[in-house]
Design a protein around this ligand. Structure first.
Ligand SMILES: Cc1cc2nc3c(=O)[nH]c(=O)nc-3n(C[C@H](O)[C@H](O)[C@H](O)COP(=O)(O)OP(=O)(O)OC[C@H]3O[C@@H](n4cnc5c(N)ncnc54)[C@H](O)[C@@H]3O)c2cc1C
Length: 424
């Protein structure tokens, strides 16, 4: 890796980068690795530092998938705890080591403000280091980009701290008082648990999320699911394209990994609520849908169990015992008086953010997700995306799945470049 200051190629050089990869998270680094393997010159531009999104996660964050999933192209997990869960800094260290092993330059501190049509069918990147032209561009700016807040969360009274998950660091950094967490995906569950253990009174407004036990038959659930088609599912296999925005399975890697879901949180003393429907003055209101949300999670768990029971024997593997969900009973309040609350944390997911700065028509769908062909190309020749949730498969946005997409993107770029060279 060469992370010296970036000087965009000027008129004395060719003036043009062959390929610019935007973003040095796992997706950008994996694409860089694959391009180098194919001998394609490129540069990686990163607005902050390698692995910035992982650095930005809260202090106690641990990998949710097991350590073996830190397995980027040419850089498999080499530690001695493949079924453990490294803390945040361990993930960053892995990505830094990966970046150091790459041959192409990774330029930290260079943000791309816009991507536009340039001269001669090239791309014009307006960056914090100046304008750059490129023949091809791979956008790797994050699987989970812009924090999303439901409209109902817009009217909290002034003076009450309202933050997104990216603004959360640790319990001590919050003002004193009760905490309302909105959103019961992995992040909301993990932050609720941490705050409860720190002695806070925690209220969790729940939405719909699947859940799974952390372990089954002495093995991590992610390791079992990897044996099935679960992570290879494409968006077409989902009930609707909007299902891409649904929560990932409730489970945690904190403290060695354990079950963490509606039921475990309720048992420990977190007050579960229905969805937030609105705030009026100092009163927050919630839907009468907690039981429905838990039933939704149980139904997804039943589907996962059924898939394991069907697919594992077909591969000659044993089916681990998976428990029935225990009964769930709750009679949550429909209204909360916000007096005594110190903070509200919105853990309500993310939305794509490309349309703000990628100035090409028809490259994303109505929800803002990139539209790609089978070879990962887009309608704009030379423009690619990688690291997007469900880009090709469910695993496209994961540490262990992005490499497959990165290889396809790199092969497509190399092929197009050699076809162009042959035509001239
Ligand atoms: C809370 C949370 C927990 C997760 N846990 C797991 C897990 O346990 N296992 C797993 O496999 N996956 C997990 N994921 C999913 C996924 O692995 C991560 O989201 C991962 O960070 C995605 O990598 P990426 O390279 O696609 O994007 P990012 O890591 O977000 O990297 C994008 C990079 O692009 C840079 N960038 C953005 N815009 C610009 C710009 N305009 N110009 C220049 N640079 C730019 C950013 O600074 C960043 O460094 C988790 C996701 C979240 C949100």
């Amino acid at each position: 890796m060469n992370s010296s200051t970036y000087e965009p190629p000027g008129p004395e050089g060719s003036g043009v980068e062959q390929v610019v990869v935007i973003g040095a998270g796992q997706a950008g680094l994996a694409v860089s690795h694959e391009l180098s393997e194919l001998g394609v010159d490129h540069v990686v531009l990163e607005r902050a530092r390698v692995g910035q999104s992982w650095r930005d996660r809260w202090d106690s964050f641990c990998l949710v998938t097991p350590n073996w999933t830190m397995s980027l192209p040419g850089f498999p997990y080499a530690g001695d705890d493949p079924e453990g869960f490294v803390p945040r800094d361990g993930i960053v260290a892995y990505l830094e080591r990966y970046a150091s092993s790459l041959t192409a330059p990774v330029r930290d501190g260079v943000g791309v403000d816009s991507l536009e049509p340039g001269s001669k069918s090239r791309f014009l990147l307006r960056t914090s280091a100046g304008d750059v032209e490129a023949e091809s561009v791979v956008v790797c700016t994050g699987a989970f980009q812009r924090p999303y807040r439901p409209d109902a969360a817009a009217a909290f009274p002034p003076g009450l701290l309202v933050i997104d998950a990216v603004g959360y660091r640790n319990p001590a950094a919050l003002p004193p008082g009760k905490v309302l967490v909105i959103g019961s995906g992995q992040t909301g569950c993990q932050i609720s648990e941490e705050l409860h253990e720190a002695g806070r009174e925690v209220f969790l407004a729940c939405g719909r999320a699947p859940w799974v036990p952390r372990q089954a038959g002495g093995r991590d659930i992610v390791s079992w699911l990897r044996e099935t088609t679960f992570f290879d599912m494409s968006v077409d296999a989902l009930p609707s394209p909007a299902a891409r925005l649904g929560a990932n399975v409730q489970v945690t890697g904190a403290r060695g990994g354990h079950d963490l879901n509606y039921r475990t949180l309720q048992t420990m003393g977190v007050q579960l609520l229905g969805r937030l429907t609105g705030v009026e003055g100092r009163r927050a209101r919630f839907a009468d849908d907690l039981a429905d949300s838990v039933a939704f999670g149980d139904a997804r768990y039943a589907e996962i169990r059924a898939a394991l029971s069907k697919q594992l024997p077909a591969m000659g593997m044993p089916v681990p015992e998976l428990p029935d969900p225990p009964p769930f009973r709750a009679d949550p309040p429909r209204e909360l008086d916000l007096d005594g609350f110190g903070a509200v944390i919105c853990t309500t997911g993310f939305r794509p953010d490309y349309t703000r700065w990628v100035r090409f028509p028809a490259v994303v769908d109505a929800m803002g997700f990139p539209l790609i062909h089978d070879d990962a190309s887009t309608v704009v020749p030379g423009l690619y995306f990688c690291g997007v949730h469900f880009l090709r498969k469910r695993k496209s946005s994961t540490l262990f799945g992005v490499g497959e997409d990165a290889a396809i993107v790199a092969r497509s770029i190399a092929r197009n470049r050699s076809e162009l060279a042959a035509a001239h």
